[in-house]
Design a protein around this ligand. Structure first.
Ligand SMILES: Cc1cc2nc3c(=O)[nH]c(=O)nc-3n(C[C@H](O)[C@H](O)[C@H](O)COP(=O)(O)OP(=O)(O)OC[C@H]3O[C@@H](n4cnc5c(N)ncnc54)[C@H](O)[C@@H]3O)c2cc1C
Length: 268
């Protein structure tokens, strides 16, 4: 680990000011991705600005058909929240599949969304549910937010403050986890929203989370696993590594999509 200065911000404005004054400073939330990166000397920030305790980034609120979750809300708080379990159980279920209890007790939804790991779970929910990422500067639609592997629409120093999820009519997530880390080899989140069915795939795409539009069209007509039987995911843009080939991941996506659709319809 290279040396750095640690500073704990007392307000969102203070954190934003410190980040604006130093382009090599980085926000620190749960540290579950950032600290291993520093330990491996893959990053050399001048300062870590601790935003984990900021009141502006905390809280879970269900109002007017929108569930809003503060960026620094820890995974375990979301997975165990009676509000999330009641109004958006698919999100609580997704979050409970992230990693292990140790990571869920420190990791945050805002850190995950800002990091945009191609195998992370939360981006699939954000994209499928057509959520809005609210930063300290603007509101960004999910379709515009995720821009490729570890790349988002966030500008340097811009902070995710909260994420607003419009409540769907129905939703489900199915994931084939990597057996060691829990990250998604393939994860599919299906949401029946007011503007139609949206299908987001994580873990499989070489460029990160993406929408499977052919499945969306098929499920809009018939929201059951049977609607996916004749579809195939192209392996061309999928990820290939020691854990699985592109073709294997393409098959996993189809199987996970079928499971998520069956969870919604109650039919295999
Ligand atoms: C062993 C292990 C297993 C894991 N398994 C899974 C898994 O199964 N599924 C999964 O989805 N994830 C998994 N993760 C990753 C985990 O979810 C991380 O917690 C998450 O990716 C980052 O959240 P964090 O709060 O720890 O962010 P940090 O590590 O603090 O930050 C991550 C990055 O985001 C930036 N950042 C943080 N918060 C903000 C903000 N509010 N605004 C702007 N930028 C910000 C930081 O500067 C940094 O660049 C795993 C991690 C570990 C260590």
């Amino acid at each position: 680990m290279y040396s750095f200065q640690y500073r704990k911000a007392k307000t969102l404005q203070e954190a934003a000011d410190w980040l604006a004054k130093d382009e090599d400073a980085k926000p620190l939330s749960g540290g579950m991705t950032l600290l291993p990166t520093l330990k491996a000397r893959l990053a050399q920030p001048s300062q870590l600005i601790d935003i984990a305790g900021l009141a502006e980034l905390a809280g879970i609120e269900n109002k007017n058909g929108v569930l809003t979750i503060g960026a620094a809300t820890k995974y375990y708080q979301i997975a165990t929240s009676p509000v999330v379990r009641e109004v958006l159980p698919a999100l609580a279920a997704l979050i409970s599949t992230v990693a292990d209890p140790q990571v869920r007790n420190r990791g945050t939804i805002g850190g995950s969304v800002a990091n945009n790991d191609p195998a992370a779970d939360s981006p699939a929910a954000v994209l499928a549910l057509n959520a809005t990422v609210i930063t300290n500067k603007r509101e960004i639609a999910a379709d515009d937010f995720f821009q490729g592997m570890f790349t988002t629409a966030l500008e340097p120093g811009e902070l995710v403050v909260k994420i607003a999820f419009p409540l769907p009519k129905a939703a489900a997530y199915a994931k084939f986890p990597h057996p060691a880390s829990g990250y998604a080899m393939a994860g599919v989140f299906i949401a029946q929203t007011v503007s139609g069915v949206r299908v987001a795939v994580t873990g499989a795409g070489a460029s990160g989370v993406f929408r499977w539009t052919e499945a969306e069209a098929a499920l809009a007509k018939n929201l059951t696993a049977a609607a996916l039987e004749k579809l195939a995911v192209s392996a061309d843009d999928l990820n290939e590594d020691i854990h699985g080939s592109r073709e294997y991941r393409a098959q996993l996506v189809k199987v996970m999509a079928g499971r998520a659709a069956a969870a919604i319809s109650g039919k295999k």
